[in-house]
Design a protein around this ligand. Structure first.
Ligand code: F3S
Length: 427
């Protein structure tokens, strides 16, 4: 069915604002029609968020598009944040790994960052996948329509903040932001936000966020789950701790499956407002207990050449850690190092967090403490680091289920990671 456009949208399509914008609008209309969209709606958030943050050599068409937009004077409709940088000189890498990063992978990084700045980057620190954190400042309001595509950010914005955004592909986020309209379908509609799965959490302790999200993602794939029984462990308030939990949970649902929105009974905004009215008739059911989580974890493949290898690197913070999480980790490490009579972690370790959070954390006594334990705090994207074939060959451990899914990194729970960092033991 052809889309119904407003006068303003038709004019853009007809070239009133130039050929480049007309083409961008045409692409968005075609994209929307593929998914049965009947109209285009205004992007209402103050800021946008782009997924493509890396100046990969092979991204020629992206640079060309950005150049055309800039030449046409088409700045992004909103200023934007962007996913984390792929490089950080503080993160350990040997000579050959560095050579591959600089010469063969992210050789266009500086050039691309200049393009981003010219197009409307919020500020030089706006490189993070958790731009919705207070320190960064890109936090959409409930009901805002977004043009984002970073999967962990989309699921958070939809579920925890109650904004409305589809799981777009990269570049679509930029196009929607430039013309200021996105096609109306899927998670933008009330119907598309209804749950087709009821998830019953029946664990005997607070489930590990990354494992619970993984189990749900793999079961429901791109559908919308309504989770009951989790408020018992999380409470009924979206405070810092709970938001961090939901950030990690959501990223696992989005990467181990393709979830773009979840509802948590009595906790997330739409579930609080509409309760079980959000659940479709004939919704399917999935019960998660301790055994089910154990089964899911056991089934993760380990792709290391030598499964008993000693880990060479540990990444925590994919998605980026909040200030609260950095403080919690510092306290836990302090206690456990002391209990084991140690001063430093046993594996080279990188915690990742947004640049704006890092600035705050570094000034705190905990920031100095964590440094003294030998932990590097960075704003890198661990996945882009692991995409270097020489890094992918290393035995790397992580408590991120997203990193486990897309790279050779091996997953452990936060407690297991803590033990490995402070007590040692085999992989
Ligand atoms: Fe963020 Fe990179 Fe992980 S974008 S969610 S740190 S893969």
């Amino acid at each position: 069915m052809a889309m119904k456009l407003t006068k303003e949208q038709k004019e853009i399509l007809d070239g009133k604002k130039g050929d480049t914008l007309a083409r961008v609008m045409k692409t968005l209309v075609m994209y929307g029609e593929t998914f049965g969209a009947t109209k285009m709606v205004k992007v209402t958030s103050k800021y946008n968020h782009l997924v493509t943050s890396f100046g990969l050599k092979a991204l020629g068409p992206v640079y060309d598009l950005m150049n055309k937009l800039l030449e046409a004077g088409a700045k992004s409709g909103q200023q934007f944040s962007v996913d984390p940088r792929p490089l950080d000189k503080n993160v350990p890498a040997n000579f050959l790994q560095k050579l591959i990063f600089k010469k063969f992978m992210y050789s266009k990084q500086d050039f691309y960052e200049k393009q981003l700045e010219a197009l409307g980057l919020m500020n030089k620190d706006a490189f993070t996948c958790t731009a919705y954190m207070d320190e960064v400042g890109n936090k959409p309001k409930q009901g805002d329509v977004l043009s984002w595509s970073e999967s962990s950010a989309v699921v958070y914005a939809n579920s925890v903040l109650g904004a409305r955004c589809n799981r777009n592909s990269g570049i679509m986020d930029l196009m929607g932001s430039v013309v200021g309209f996105v096609p109306y379908f899927g998670l933008l509609t009330d119907k598309g936000r209804k749950a087709t799965w009821i998830i019953k959490v029946k664990t005997t302790k607070k489930p590990e966020a990354q494992l619970l999200g993984s189990a749900i993602g793999m079961k429901v794939m791109e559908e919308v789950p309504y989770v009951v029984g989790l408020d018992k462990w999380l409470g009924k308030k979206l405070d810092d701790k709970t938001c961090s939990y939901l950030k990690n949970f959501g990223a696992a649902t989005a990467s181990n499956g393709a979830v773009g929105l979840y509802h948590i009974d009595k906790l997330t905004p739409e579930a609080k407002e509409l309760g079980k009215d959000l659940i479709c008739k004939n919704a399917k059911e999935y019960v998660i207990d301790d055994e089910e989580l154990e089964r899911v974890k056991k089934d993760y493949p380990v792709v290391w050449k030598n499964i008993n290898a000693k880990p060479k690197l540990c990444f925590v913070g994919c998605p980026h850690l909040s200030l609260q999480e950095l403080l919690d980790w510092t306290n836990k490490l302090e206690q456990n190092l002391k209990a084991n009579g140690r001063k430093k972690v046993l594996i080279p370790t990188v915690f990742t967090t947004p640049p704006a959070v890092l600035k705050v954390f570094e000034k705190l006594s905990e920031g100095q403490k964590l440094k003294s334990f030998g932990v590097i705090v960075s704003s890198i994207c661990p996945l882009m680091y692991m995409n270097n074939p020489l890094c992918g060959k290393m035995p790397v451990i992580t408590s991120s289920n997203k990193l486990r899914t897309y790279t050779t990194a091996r997953y452990y729970t936060d407690d297991e990671i803590l033990e490995k960092l402070t007590k040692g033991g085999k992989a």
